[in-house]
Write a protein that binds this ligand. Structure first.
Ligand SMILES: C[S@@+](CC[C@H](N)C(=O)[O-])C[C@H]1O[C@@H](n2cnc3c(N)ncnc32)[C@H](O)[C@@H]1O
Length: 284
């Protein structure tokens, strides 16, 4: 039997609705756009288009993955962050809208300082460093580092897509590794979830996203503390560290910054008015 785009659209929508998927229409549209390579308006104006069995089979396979609870970004292999399209796989965390707070602040700081050298520490997909590079009005260099080689492979694909110069270096290493290179701006969204909070997270996260990208020892603070303490060796004079924190972590993290002697310590809120980012200047 010949199926049209309309037939397959209705089939997917019906399956997703029957399986209580939260936003069935949106996910149907995303799957169809992804497989047909057509923009949504084109899908709606081509509903009588005949579908080939190869594409139908792929749509059915992807629909099953959505029904099994897999995040749509892993199913399609990409996610949007700061209006840019990034490759993602189960080896990297899906970029979160709240992390755009780091990018906003970094761009402001870059504009008002003579900074050139930036490090995206714990870079995952590379979304933060790439969004900063792409939106910064002046010429900067961005280095990327992550402990996971698999994450770095995804990051490299994203760099290739978005950074058309050679103004970057990538490192697979534990935090700063043994490097002695100094930076004007270090940004980081490290794992900061405690083991007990982790167990309470949504099943979509628990079943599909990499635990090592989320959880940190010492009640979530282990890596955050290490990043801040060590940053003083890797920041140029008057350089800035910006770090993302979990809900209710900002006050404690602010204290770590001030106990080490950072100046101009600021806390920024995300779109949900949660204290999401702490930043400080190293003036020593
Ligand atoms: C919360 S994810 C952030 C990814 C990305 N920056 C983002 O905002 O979407 C944390 C990342 O830190 C990396 N990571 C965990 N422990 C690390 C360590 N000791 N050194 C370097 N990277 C680490 C993980 O592999 C993961 O990619």
């Amino acid at each position: 039997m010949i199926l049209t785009l309309k037939n397959i659209y209705n089939e997917v929508l019906c399956k997703l609705k029957t399986n209580n998927i939260e936003t069935p229409q949106l996910e149907t549209q995303i799957i169809l756009e992804h497989v047909t390579n057509l923009k949504l308006e084109k899908i709606y104006t081509n509903l009588n288009k005949k579908m080939y069995s190869k594409k139908i089979n792929l749509i059915r396979k992807l629909t099953k993955r959505i029904i099994a609870g897999e995040p749509i970004q892993y199913v399609t292999g990409h996610a949007f962050f700061y209006s840019l399209k990034f490759f993602v796989s189960k080896d990297v965390l899906i970029p979160r809208p709240e992390s755009e707070t780091i990018v906003d602040l970094a761009l402001k700081i870059l504009e008002s300082n003579k900074y050139k050298e930036v490090l995206d520490l714990c870079c995952g997909s590379g979304c933060l460093g790439i969004a900063i590079y792409r939106n910064c009005k002046k010429k900067i260099r961005v280095d990327f580092s992550d402990i996971s080689k698999k994450s770095m492979n995804i990051c490299l694909r994203n760099i290739e897509k978005h950074i058309k110069t050679k103004n970057y270096t990538t490192y697979v290493r534990d935090l700063y590794g043994k490097s002695s290179k100094k930076y004007d701006l270090i940004i980081s969204n490290p794992p900061y979830v405690s083991q007990s909070e982790y167990l309470k997270l949504d099943k979509k996260i628990l079943n599909f996203e990499p635990k090592a990208a989320l959880v940190s020892k010492e009640n979530g603070f282990f890596l955050t503390k290490k990043i801040i303490k060590k940053s003083v060796r890797y920041l140029n004079k008057n350089g800035t560290l910006i770090i993302e924190v979990g809900k209710n972590q900002a006050n404690y993290v602010k204290k770590i910054f001030s106990s080490l002697g950072f100046d101009d310590i600021v806390v920024s809120k995300d779109l949900n008015k949660i204290n999401r980012v702490v930043a400080g200047k190293w003036t020593k």
